[in-house]
Design a protein around this ligand. Structure first.
Ligand code: ZN
Length: 148
């Protein structure tokens, strides 16, 4: 029956779990912890109101250390992308080719991510996308994006 299994399915079954982010810094840990409820949150500056990502202790615009975590719309557009054809980690072998992208959220922040449910030749600049969460390992939710 092995001949009925596609090479991709075989690679996925044999692959180790995808690695999870292991942030050392408390403010980065908070970002990933908040992703686990299936929503995306970013810091919003208490001084000037601008959104921040990557997580940090001071606003890059006004220098304020004040912030609150606010829920993102989860909506954005493709700012940049590349197609990955070679898995540098065996956990991703079943996914290639896949799209690694930088998405610009409606709040103005940009994040590195992966596009799912999107044919490679359909990717374009400013493609509207919305956040989704891929479960890796037993229970870790990783934000990815799919066409809106
Ligand atoms: Zn600020």
């Amino acid at each position: 029956m092995d001949e009925d299994i596609s090479p991709k399915a075989r690679a996925a079954a044999a692959a180790p779990a995808k690695p999870q982010p292991r942030p050392q810094d408390p403010v980065e840990q908070e970002f990933w912890k908040r992703c686990q409820d299936g929503h995306l949150y970013f810091q919003k500056c208490g001084g000037c109101g601008s959104w921040r990502h990557l997580p940090r202790y001071m606003c890059a615009r006004c220098g304020s250390p004040d912030f609150a975590w606010e829920q993102s719309s989860g909506k954005g557009k493709v700012f940049s992308w590349t197609v990955v054809h070679q898995a540098l980690h065996t956990a991703f072998a079943a996914d290639i080719p896949y799209v690694a992208a930088v998405v610009e959220l409606d709040e103005g922040v940009r994040m590195a991510t992966r596009l799912i449910d999107c044919p490679i030749d359909a990717v374009r600049l400013d493609l509207p996308v919305t956040v989704a969460f891929e479960t890796i390992g037993d229970d870790f939710r990783l934000p990815v994006f799919r066409p809106a």
